[in-house]
Design a protein. Structure first.
Lengths: 219, 281
């Protein structure tokens, strides 16, 4: 009986140690709050509809080849997915862009059918070469744009979005982390913002929505 | 629906290659070693170095796959490492720990007639063990289970614990030699192991051939390096489960079956010799 009690206490110790090892309510990765993805609405879309009217900002940025690029005129005539991010972003930006690139490939959506535009919010670090290298990891047909910070902030303001904020050092030792809006904004052929896809959008959500974008939002 | 509208380092954890010790793992490892050695000391029995090596190896593998970086990577970043940890806990740690327990110690930990003995006896009957193992295998690899449980460390720990316990239950009838504890012999043992290896192909095939990432957890995890696609990661995980998991099992099956065949052959030869001798006499 005494032996059993000791063994039991030892087993309890093991269990307690294992619980110490595992017991924490902290998410195990940064995906934790968004692993569930979007839910399909009654209209069949996963992207969330916008309740306010917004359109492509009338600001002029610069392509990675140095050409001026005015958002509202250059992107008129076809659907656009617009995302503000930065190439040193450790999580949300690469995940979003990889999901879109993969879904475009899977649904055989051409980049002239849906333009995918990446605007850097980190002009200090994001040189044209760096933006190109970053986008090449996903698809080199994505359009990379940059501009001085006030121009980028103006574009965000016109979309009712907050500007980028320096949030402190990147734990990887790659300069600072920059906070910025995490949603991809979808514009129709007339330049009207129609839906948004926040971080948490799964590749399967894009696979469902891309054909709708082409069918419903093209000119 | 949980989504993020602001790209920020908070509340996420950006992956870095900076060592982050997981103290609980070392406490658990120390407790397991203490439990084993303490049981020998209390019983006044010498420690069999061969068995101790197995116990230490099992504990060491458990610690390695639970500590940084494998523990963290498997829990929230890479499906390949997640499956690798499952294979390690189920096919390496569980059999090592189980084979390190001498019969007298098993009798002390699970005394005949006790509630623990009854529960273990029932759980480790081979059809029940086969069911438990595969229920845990399928249940813990469902996307809804991974995306619900593994997003929190306590859930991740529960999944690991389920894998280890299911591994112990499943290996028990195949590895233990005590007939009164439900040990099985060839050819039933070979069938038992083979059945599980075949069933394991089901989740492995889903992983290897799904065109979309199955798990939001790994799909939306911060990438360790740019260009590494979650579908590739998932395919590798499926291949790992199929090849390494299947191969490990088939090796065990082949070795066990060959030993059994040799023993049967020797017994048959002996019987024929004995018959020949009695006929000549």
């Amino acid at each position: 009986m005494r032996r059993t009690g000791r063994a039991g206490r030892a087993a309890l110790l093991v269990v307690a140690a294992l619980v110490v090892a595992g017991c924490s309510t902290a998410p195990s990765s940064s995906t934790a709050l968004s692993a569930q993805g979007l839910t399909q609405a009654d209209d069949g879309w996963y992207g969330l509809p916008l309740t306010v009217e917004r359109s492509l900002p009338d600001v002029t940025l610069t392509t990675t080849s140095g050409r001026p690029f005015r958002l509202d005129t250059e992107l008129a005539g076809g659907p656009t997915l617009l995302f503000f991010g930065y190439s040193s972003c450790p999580d949300i930006c690469p995940v979003h862009l990889a999901s879109i690139a993969s879904a475009m490939e899977q649904t055989r959506t051409r980049y002239d059918q849906v333009r995918v535009v990446f605007v850097s919010v980190d002009p200090a670090r994001d040189t044209p070469e760096r933006i190109d290298t970053f986008l090449d990891h996903f698809d080199d047909r994505m359009i990379g744009l940059h501009a001085a910070l006030p121009v980028v902030e103006e574009a965000l303001t016109q979309l009712d979005l907050p500007g980028p904020i320096v949030e402190g050092p990147d734990p990887r030792g790659e300069g600072d982390l920059i906070g910025h809006p995490a949603q991809v904004i979808g514009f129709d052929a007339e330049g009207r913002a129609r839906r948004v896809w926040p971080f948490g959008t799964r590749r399967s959500d894009w696979v469902a929505d891309l054909p709708r974008i082409v069918a419903d939002w093209s000119a | 629906m949980n989504v993020a509208w602001w790209c920020s380092s908070n509340p996420g954890q950006v992956w870095t290659w900076r060592y982050t010790p997981f103290v609980g793992v070392w406490l658990a490892a120390a407790a397991l070693l203490g439990l084993y050695l303490g049981a020998h000391r209390r019983a006044g029995r010498p420690v069999d170095p061969r068995l101790l090596r197995r116990w230490v190896a099992g504990v060491a593998v458990m610690a390695v796959v639970s500590e940084w970086p494998l523990g963290a990577l498997g829990a929230g970043y890479l499906a390949t490492v997640g499956i690798g940890r499952y294979i390690a806990l189920t096919f390496v740690v569980a059999p090592l720990l189980l084979s390190a327990i001498p019969t007298w110690l098993l009798d002390r930990w699970l005394p005949h007639g006790s509630a623990r003995w009854t529960a273990t006896r029932w759980l480790t009957r081979w059809p029940v063990a086969l069911l438990v193992f595969n229920a845990v295998l399928f249940g813990t690899h469902l996307p809804v289970a991974i995306d619900t449980l593994k997003v929190y460390q306590v859930g991740s720990f529960a999944v690991d614990a389920a894998h280890l316990l299911a591994g112990l239950v499943w290996w028990f009838p195949a590895m233990r030699r005590e007939a009164d504890r439900g040990a099985i012999r060839e050819p039933l043992r070979a069938f038992y192991l083979f059945a599980s290896s075949i069933l394991m192909f089901v989740p492995a095939t889903f992983l290897a051939f799904s065109p979309l990432p199955l798990y939001g957890l790994y799909e939306l995890a911060p990438p360790l390096w740019l260009g590494f696609d979650p579908v590739r990661d998932q395919q590798l995980a499926g291949v790992l489960m199929n090849v390494v998991g299947g191969l490990a099992l088939w090796t065990v099956i082949a070795i066990g079956f060959m030993r059994w065949a040799r023993a049967e052959e020797r017994a048959d030869l002996e019987a024929r010799r004995a018959a020949g001798r009695s006929a000549a006499g």
